[in-house]
Write a protein that binds this ligand. Sequence first.
Ligand SMILES: Cc1cc2nc3c(=O)[nH]c(=O)nc-3n(C[C@H](O)[C@H](O)[C@H](O)COP(=O)(O)OP(=O)(O)OC[C@H]3O[C@@H](n4cnc5c(N)ncnc54)[C@H](O)[C@@H]3O)c2cc1C
Length: 388
Amino acid sequence: MDFEFSSDQLAVRDAVARVCARFPDDYWLERDQAGGFPHDFHAALAQDGWLGIAMPPEFGGAGLGMTEAALMMQTIAASGAGFAGASAVHMNIFGLNPVVVFGDAAQRQRWLPPLIAGRHKACFAVTEPDAGLDTTHLQTRAERQGDHYVVHGRKIWISTAQVAHKMLLLARTTPLADVAKPTQGLTLFYTDLDRERVEVREIDKMGRKAVDSNMLFIDGLRIPAEDRIGEEGRGFEYILHGLNPERILIAAEAVGIGRAALQRAAQYASERVVFGRPIGQNQGVQHPLAQAWMQLEAADLMVFKAASLYDAGKPCAPYANSAKYLAAEAGHQACQTAVLTLGGMGYAKEYHVERLLRESYIPRIAPVSPQLIMCFIAEKVLGLPKSY
Ligand SMILES: Cc1cc2nc3c(=O)[nH]c(=O)nc-3n(C[C@H](O)[C@H](O)[C@H](O)COP(=O)(O)OP(=O)(O)OC[C@H]3O[C@@H](n4cnc5c(N)ncnc54)[C@H](O)[C@@H]3O)c2cc1C
């Protein structure tokens, strides 16, 4: 059992940190207030090859594993970029995993190089207003007409759709009533986000203003059959394949945002003098910070346990889910502790911790809620009856 990162892994972390250092807190504060996708940050990471960290080398990727990808995403969030920074590139890292694994050679050649080079941005369109976490009940319909499909439906919370060129879309091709199991009859596409046929309406939200989230109204979108990934009707299976990497990455980001807040709080606590001494000299201030550190470190162990199992090709779902749960809770708790440590200044935007707190809700909510993770552990690990 080795808890140390290799020198190559540490080099990844340090190189990503150097890119992030060019985008300080004030850059993210401005994005948080004015909005606007951080194109320059995305381009800086693309230029140094980081967007293809886990993509196959034959398409321009670095071919590294989940451990390195998690380290990269954690470093971005911990830099103070938080979820604004992480979500700006998150989809690049493992989002196209279904294409890598289930796409054919021509699709991989067509789609991966522009994504890795940063020329294409992609969004992930799964969640629907009337289905929520019950994904198999989504209602977006794709109907085959000759050499293409025609799609009608609605999606919600789709991140980066304001700037995306491409969309990974899950839609029903066989009605629920005609399939043996609800997981069947869903099909996955990777296609152009044709704004003539897809209206993208931004949702005004609590945090991460730089990275938009949207309602999509899809009205007669034509998708060429060659944009279908794998077989018709097996899209849910393909999406499931990417769930563990998705959970591990978001968990790594959650630890990162918690560390960003904790570091700012510890620094403030050692400098702010009240009653004749630094506030951080009081145990009432120290202990919650120490507790936040321990919770983040414990969650981090679960993140990298899940990542190393994934890299070794071993089953990792209980650990990937636990990592996402523990890291999201620990990240949020650290941000909340940071705000309270700064007192009134915790509420002031210029100290950045309130921005991090607002963003720290994201990994608690998405891509799956804490309740559903506990349902998964109860059922799959503890053998209890399925409850939902
Ligand atoms: C900032 C942000 C970005 C996002 N980006 C994307 C994106 O890019 N692409 C995309 O497809 N989606 C995205 N999402 C959507 C996200 O994945 C969903 O919001 C999330 O999966 C929860 O679904 P829901 O909001 O429909 O909640 P619902 O399904 O309505 O659930 C609401 C609450 O009820 C609880 N609940 C429901 N059923 C049960 C049960 N049986 N037992 C216990 N509790 C239950 C849930 O745990 C949850 O707390 C994003 C969301 C946010 C907030």
